[in-house]
Structure formats: structure tokens, C-alpha cells
Design a protein. Structure first.
Length: 584
């Protein structure tokens, strides 16, 4: 039976103390809980502030567009390069390499189970183009080194079957050029260090390696269809006349976009060897030449702009000129006098020099400077040759020789850009290898009056109809252009039997859209060229075959129902009158 305290009796002192202690403990627990909640809240606030600051920092910095490590793992190790239509020109993907590691079994002792010569022979059975002697030497040297780059998976399995641990196959980035040697001088190649060399691989190297940008292909202005046709016709033309080399450009006259650019002999960026290294020199952008009679339309345009030629029927003496101990002459006698259309039709040095003399050294030089003939060509490629350009005030004889294409040396790209200005209404624009947005036309710089350009278009068309450019006249494409055959400068003077043959042209001349320039380096007189070495017989026919191939690709269909109007100039040409009589 329990004991009960009386109604007015206080609890024992021990019970009161226990209650007080319990309250104190509860208060301390509540205080600790509040502190913990406060610290957790402070922690969350701190993390939130840091996150907000980080987001703000990223939003104001370039790093905001960087890929995460996960995203990077999904990207190719190097960005793609594509043509203007998205066709791949250069791609990168992981691949195997074959590496010799003499320390695979530890230092000291032989790294191979079998003799080096036997291992080399077994590798030769897998890689038929392998140099057994060189590989044997490497395996016997005890020094590490690459035996081969770009090993296919099935080849890697066969190497493993050899059973030599010293033959390692590390995974590496492999750069592939699906079009082979096509546009090699435009693209360049990627070296063993992973960096681009020579062409746009070098120019775009940072962009192609940057994780933030390498996911988007770099698009060039090149059209692989046009490029392929250009290289095909150049190779054919080069072989027909046993030329040392060749080159060509197809250029949009209104934007400066390069649709094709080739230099032969070519190299294969997939397999860089000693022969390929020799052929990396770009004849179109890096080599400078005296381009001969292709300068004569520029001289005429400058004289038209200056108001010196107002009557196309005006006749100039066509007898040899003797100036300061020099004699300017033509390769054949064209008669006692010639007018401007006849001068261009027959390609007279004498009359071109006389027109340049009327123009004078200052105006002749200023025209060339407006066409940027005095500086490196404007294009993104790293290999750009500096012209041989006479500085200071030009002498009278200098202006006269420049008038017919001697005395200055420029790249073929210089000339292509100049011809674009001649036919597009008079605007010079820099060449580019980047595809421009549709409708984007650089403002450029005015060099010639629109009326001058219109007259030059007529004259260039007449050359293709009745002059030295007749073999380039593809029916329906209204081609116009000028030939140029220049002796190459050498030790002690010009080499009479070594020439550069060039044909600079545009089409269609009633509404010019593209410049096409081809050149041959040291062509020989062969049966295919009727044993002639001049551009009329070797370079112009290349354009005559090329334009019908590329015209439809570029939206220019053959049309024989209309042409540029040259009716007012025809009476000035006996050739045109004779053609009319013959019903041509």
C-alpha cells in the first residue's frame, strides 16, 4: 500500500532539484538545436551566395561557354573542317599507334623475345610498306620510338599476336583527310605534336583544339566539286605539256570567296613524307612571278579611267621602241599600227608600253598599289609571298615594262583579285577562304569606274572570241580573258626556254560571277600544244575544259542565245569582220 503526502505538504527537496535539472537540460538541448539550425542555415546561405557569385562570374567571362569534362569527352579531339556545303575535309578520331618500348620488360636485358630482324619481318607481313631495315635498326638500338602511326584495329590484333610486349599500341588522336590530297595546300596537315601546319590547319589551330569551339565544324569557302574539277584539269594540262608544275584559282568576283585553289604537284596530308614536304610550297599564294601580258588589260583600264583612251579606234605605232638602251618589241610583226582592241587581240608589247608611257610612272604605280600589288596577297593562309616591287619613284622605262607585265613580280592570287576588280564593276575585295553568310558582300575599295569595267569586259570577251584566248571559248559560257607568257628570270637575265604560261579569265562576261586563273610552270612544246609553249596553246585550253564542268555546279548554265554586246567594237577588228563573213 503506497504512502500519500498530506494535501498541504511540499514535495521533498530532492524532487525539486531533479525537476530544476531537467528543465536546465531541456533549455540547453533547445539552445544547442537552435545553434545547429543556425549553423546549417548559415552554411546553406554561404553555399547559395557562392553559387550566385559563381554564376555571375561565369556569365561575365568567356569561360561560361567552356564545355564540362563530360561534354569534352563527347567531343572529337580536334574540330572538323568542312567545305562550303558541309562535305568533310578534315576529321579527327581516336586511333592506335605502334610504339617500341625497350623498357617494357624492365631495364637491362633484351626487350625482345625474338631477334629484331625476325620481328621486323613479321611486322612487314602486317604492314607491306614498312621499311624492314629501318625497323630492324630501331629495334636493335634499344631506343624508344614510333614504328608506325595510324594502325587499324585489325592490324593491332595481328601485332599483339606476335607476342612481343615491347610493341605497344597507345591510343592517340588521328587526323584524317577523307578527300585525300584534294585541296592539300589549302588544308595543310597536323603534325605529331598535335598542332596544325602550313594551311588552314595552322590558321585555325586554336579554334580546332579549343573545347568551346571544336564541336562546331570550321566551314571554308572551298567547294570540293569545283576543287576536284580544277585539280583534275590542271593535272591533265600539266602532263600534256610536261610542265614542271601548275596552279589554279576559282574566285567569286563579288565576295572574294575562293571556291578552289590548287598548286601542283600536290601532297597527301594523310601521309607526310620527304616527297610531300618538297611539294608543300604553294605556287598560287607564295611564289611570285612576272605574269606577262595578263597585265595589259590592267594598263588599258588605268588609261580608260584617266581619260587617255576616248576613241577605241585610235591607232598606235607598232614598230619597235628604243628607250634608254632598251628595245621593246613584239614576237611577230603585227603591222605598222594597232588600235586598243587589236593590241589586246594580238598581245602587243609595243602598244601596251606606249599606253603605259602616256599614263606615266606615277599613275601606273598608283593603279598597281590600289590593286595591292605592292604587298602580300590578302588571304588567310600563312604562306603569302611578298612581291618583287620597285620602291621609290618609278622611271619611265619601269612604267612601260610594267604595262606589259614585266618589272614587277606578284603571286597568281594577286592577279586573280585584280581581274575580279576589272570585271565586277571596279571594286577590289580581299580573297578569303572562309565561307561568308549569304548576301554578305564586303564593301571593298573602288579602283576603276563602272564604265571602265564595262568596257574591259567587252575587250576580254573579244580576246576569247578572236584573239589568243580562242581555245578557252566554251560555247554558251561567255568566257573572257587574257593570256600571258613570260620568260622566267634567272641568273644573268631571262631564260628564253623557261616560261610561265597564264590565262586569267572570268565568266559569264555579260554578268561576271567567277574569275578562273590557271598557270603552268615551265611548259614544254609537245604534240598536244602543237609544239608551242605559249599560254594560248597550253593554259587557255585548260580553262576551256574546266568552265563547262564547274559552271553548272555554280549555277551558271550554258546559254548560246545571248552574249555581251561588242557590236560597236567589231568594226575595229579585221578578225571579227572576217569571222562575220565566214558565218561564225
Amino acid at each position: 500500500m503506497g504512502a500519500f503526502l498530506p494535501a498541504n505538504t511540499s514535495p521533498p527537496a530532492t524532487l525539486s532539484v531533479s525537476r530544476i535539472q531537467l528543465v536546465t537540460l531541456r533549455q540547453k538541448a533547445m539552445e544547442l538545436a537552435r545553434q545547429r539550425i543556425l549553423w546549417v542555415t548559415v552554411g546553406f546561405l554561404f553555399v547559395a551566395i557562392v553559387a550566385v557569385l559563381r554564376i555571375g562570374f561565369l556569365g561575365m567571362s568567356d569561360r561560361s561557354v567552356e564545355a564540362t569534362s563530360f561534354e569534352e569527352s563527347l567531343l572529337p579531339p580536334r574540330g572538323e573542317i568542312v567545305d562550303r556545303n558541309g562535305v568533310p575535309l578534315a576529321r579527327a578520331f581516336p586511333a592506335y599507334a605502334l610504339w617500341f618500348d625497350p623498357n617494357a620488360l624492365g631495364k637491362g636485358g633484351s626487350p625482345l623475345i625474338k631477334p629484331p630482324a625476325e620481328v621486323a619481318r613479321e611486322l612487314k607481313a602486317i604492314f607491306p610498306d614498312l621499311d624492314v631495315a629501318k625497323v630492324t635498326q630501331l629495334l636493335a638500338s634499344g631506343k624508344p620510338g614510333y614504328i608506325r602511326r595510324r594502325v587499324l584495329p585489325e592490324q593491332a590484333n595481328k601485332v599483339q599476336d606476335i607476342g612481343e610486349l615491347a610493341l605497344e599500341m597507345p591510343r592517340e588522336m588521328d587526323r584524317q583527310y577523307p578527300q585525300g590530297s584534294l585541296a592539300a595546300h589549302v588544308l595543310g596537315y597536323v603534325g605529331a605534336n598535335g598542332h596544325g601546319h602550313v594551311g588552314m590547319e595552322e590558321v585555325l589551330d586554336k579554334q580546332l583544339r579549343n573545347p568551346a569551339t571544336r564541336g562546331t565544324p570550321a566551314q571554308l569557302s572551298i567547294d570540293v566539286r569545283v576543287q576536284g574539277a580544277l585539280e583534275d584539269e590542271l593535272i591533265r594540262g600539266m602532263r600534256l605539256v610536261n610542265a614542271k608544275g601548275a596552279g589554279g584559282i576559282v574566285l567569286d568576283v563579288n565576295t572574294g570567296e575562293v571556291l578552289a585553289l590548287a598548286s601542283l604537284p600536290e601532297f597527301d596530308p594523310n601521309h607526310i613524307d620527304a616527297e610531300g614536304e618538297k611539294n608543300m610550297f604553294n605556287r598560287m599564294t607564295n611564289q611570285v612571278y612576272e605574269l606577262g601580258s595578263t597585265f595589259k588589260p590592267i594598263t588599258v583600264a588605268a588609261a580608260l579611267d584617266a581619260g587617255l583612251i576616248t576613241d577605241m579606234g585610235k591607232r598606235y605605232p607598232a614598230t619597235p621602241l628604243h628607250i634608254g638602251g632598251f628595245t621593246i618589241h613584239d614576237d611577230e610583226n603585227f603591222g605598222a599600227s594597232l588600235n586598243v582592241p587589236e593590241m589586246l587581240i594580238h598581245s602587243s608589247n609595243i602598244v601596251a608600253a606606249e599606253i603605259a608611257d602616256e599614263l606615266g610612272p606615277d599613275r601606273m604605280k598608283r593603279t598597281m598599289e590600289k590593286l595591292h600589288m605592292n604587298e602580300r596577297p590578302f588571304i588567310e593562309l600563312p604562306a603569302r609571298g611578298f612581291p618583287i616591287w620597285p620602291s621609290g619613284k618609278w622611271a619611265r622605262i619601269r612604267a612601260m615594262t610594267v604595262g606589259f607585265g614585266h618589272g614587277v613580280a606578284v603571286t597568281p592570287l594577286h592577279l586573280a583579285s585584280a581581274y575580279a576588280a576589272l570585271v565586277n564593276g571596279g571594286i577590289w575585295r580581299p580573297a578569303t577562304l572562309h565561307k561568308l553568310p549569304a548576301g554578305d558582300q564586303p564593301s571593298g575599295q573602288r579602283v576603276f569606274k563602272p564604265s571602265t569595267s564595262a568596257r574591259v569586259r567587252q575587250l576580254l570577251r573579244m580576246i576569247a572570241l578572236y584573239g589568243t584566248g580562242r581555245s578557252a571559248n566554251a560555247p554558251g559560257f561567255r568566257i573572257g580573258g587574257k593570256t600571258g607568257t613570260a620568260e622566267m628570270a634567272g641568273k644573268g637575265g631571262y631564260r628564253r626556254h623557261s616560261v610561265i604560261a597564264t590565262f586569267a579569265s572570268a565568266f559569264p562576261m555579260d554578268n561576271p560571277r567567277y574569275v578562273v586563273l590557271v598557270m603552268l610552270d615551265e611548259p614544254q612544246g609537245t604534240l598536244a600544244s602543237s609544239y608551242q609553249r605559249t599560254a594560248a596553246w597550253n593554259a587557255a585550253p585548260i580553262v576551256g575544259r574546266l568552265v563547262p564542268r564547274i559552271g553548272p555546279m555554280l549555277g551558271v548554265q550554258p546559254d548560246t542565245t545571248h552574249d555581251i554586246d561588242i557590236s560597236e567594237l567589231k568594226p575595229l577588228l579585221p578578225e571579227a569582220q572576217q569571222a562575220a563573213k565566214d558565218g561564225q
